[in-house]
Ligand binder design. Structure first.
Ligand code: ATP
Length: 355
C-alpha cells in the first residue's frame, strides 16, 4: 500500500542485511535507539554540528553512529551515508520542526509510516475534514468572532507547541484581544486533557482488529504546559492580563496518566474510526499516532488534535506503561516500531509499513 511498485527495489537493501533505525538526536530518540538495539537493528543518530554528549550518559540508548549535517537545510547531503547504513528513518516532531515538511517528504530514504499523512496533519483544515469524516467529536469551530458565545481558544497555523495562543472567556474579551491572522477560533473545552498513544499495524491479525490490521493502546500522558498549568495560582485572568501575563502552552515535560477504565471503549472507537477514514482518504496511517483531547464532565472525549507519529509523551514509558505491559512486558513505542519493521521484513511486507 504505502510504497508504490516502481519504488519497491529501494527496499531490497533492507532485506539483504541488518537495517538501522535513523532519527534526529532529539524528541524520543532515546527510546527509538534503545528499541532498535533490543530488537537487533543498528541505529543512526542525525545531528547538526557535533554529536550530542548526553547519549554518553545512556549507554543502552546511544546510537551506533552519528551522521552530521552542517545545517538542517542540507540534510540531503547525508542520504548516501544513510543508504550505506541501510537506514529507515523514524519520523518525529523534530523532523517537521528542524528539517521542514517539504524537505523531509523529498528525502529518498525509506521512512517508517506513510509520508502522505503529513499533508493531512499539518493543515488544520484538512485535519478537521479527516476527523469530521471519521465522526470524531471535536471542539466547535467559529467562522468569525461575531459568532462566539462562550470561552474560546485562538490558534495560529504552524504554531510550535501552542505558542502565542489566546484565550478569551467570551466574545467581548475576544474582540479586545490582539489577534493575528491567519488563525482558528475554537470552543475552549473545560475538562481533563489526555494524550493517547496508539499504534496501528496494517499487518497484524491479532488483538483489537481495525480494517485489515490491529490497533494497540501503548500509553497515555498529560503534557506539562508552561505557563498555563500553574497560572491559576496567581488569580483570575483579568488580574493576570493587567500584570501583562498571558497564558502559554509551551510543553516542558510530560506526566503519566491512566483513563477511567469504562472510557476505554469510547477512545478505541475514536482511534479505530480515525484509522479507517485515513485508509479511504490517503492509503492509511501506519505505526504510532497520538489522539489528543479533553474529557468533559459529561464523559465525552473531544479531540482537538491528532499527531501522526511517535509523540514525546511516550518517553514516560521507555520501560513500558500500564497498558503496553498488558501487550508485552517493558514495551516502549520505540521498540514497538522496531518490532513492526522486523515482522514486515520477515513476512516480505516492508512496502506496507514504509514509504
Ligand atoms: P503541538 O504541535 O505541540 O501539538 P499545537 O500548536 O498543534 O501544539 P494544540 O495541540 O492544538 O496546538 O494545542 C496546544 C494546547 O492548547 C493543548 O495541549 C491544550 O492544552 C490546549 N488546547 C488546545 N485546544 C483546546 C481546546 N479546544 N480547549 C481547551 N484547550 C485546548
Amino acid at each position: 500500500m504505502v510504497v508504490s511498485l516502481s519504488d519497491k527495489s529501494r527496499l531490497q537493501p533492507l532485506r539483504d542485511g541488518t537495517p538501522a533505525l535513523a532519527t534526529i538526536c532529539s524528541h524520543s530518540s532515546l527510546q527509538i535507539f534503545h528499541g532498535a538495539r533490543v530488537e537487533g537493528f543498528g541505529s543512526v543518530g542525525i545531528a547538526q554540528g557535533t554529536p550530542p554528549r548526553f547519549y554518553d550518559a545512556f549507554p543502552l540508548a546511544k546510537p551506533d553512529k552519528f551522521l552530521l549535517v552542517d545545517r538542517w537545510e542540507n540534510v540531503h547531503s547525508i542520504v548516501p551515508k544513510l543508504e550505506e547504513s541501510r537506514a529507515v528513518i523514524v519520523p518525529t516532531g523534530s523532523f517537521v520542526e528542524y528539517v521542514g515538511p517539504e524537505r523531509f517528504s523529498a528525502l529518498s530514504v525509506p521512512v517508517f509510516g506513510n509520508r502522505r499523512v503529513m499533508e493531512w496533519e499539518s493543515d488544520r483544515e484538512k485535519e478537521r475534514v479527516w476527523l469530521e469524516r471519521a465522526g470524531v467529536p471535536m471542539p466547535r469551530k467559529y467562522r468569525d468572532a461575531s459568532e462566539v458565545d462562550g470561552p474560546v481558544i485562538v490558534k495560529y497555523y504552524g504554531a510550535k507547541g501552542g505558542k502565542g495562543f489566546i484565550l478569551a472567556k467570551d466574545r467581548d474579551e475576544l474582540l479586545e484581544s490582539p489577534i493575528r491572522k491567519p488563525h482558528v477560533i475554537q470552543e475552549y473545552i473545560i475538562g481533563t486533557r489526555y494524550y493517547l498513544h496508539f499504534f496501528y499495524s496494517p499487518i497484524s491479525k491479532e488483538g483489537y482488529r481495525v480494517a485489515d490490521g490491529s490497533l494497540q493502546l501503548l500509553g497515555i500522558d498529560r503534557r506539562d504546559e508552561a505557563n498555563i498549568d500553574e497560572l491559576y495560582k496567581l488569580g483570575s485572568q483579568e488580574g493576570l492580563l493587567k500584570s501583562g501575563l498571558r497564558p502559554t502552552f509551551v510543553v516542558t515535560g510530560n506526566v503519566p496518566v491512566v483513563l477511567r477504565e469504562s472510557l476505554l471503549p469510547q477512545v478505541f472507537d475514536i482511534a479505530g474510526n480515525i484509522i479507517e477514514t485515513s485508509i479511504d482518504l490517503f492509503g492509511g496511517m501506519v505505526g504510532p499516532f497520538c489522539v489528543e483531547g479533553i474529557m468533559t464532565e459529561e464523559l465525552e472525549f473531544k479531540v482537538f488534535e491528532i499527531s501522526t507519529r511517535i509523540v514525546a509523551g511516550t518517553n514516560v514509558y521507555i520501560n513500558g506503561s500500564p497498558y503496553s505491559d498488558l501487550v508485552a512486558p517493558g514495551l516502549s513505542t520505540g521498540r514497538r516500531i522496531a518490532q513492526e519493521l522486523k515482522r514486515a521484513a520477515r513476512e516480505d511486507r516492508l512496502d506496507e509499513v514504509l514509504s
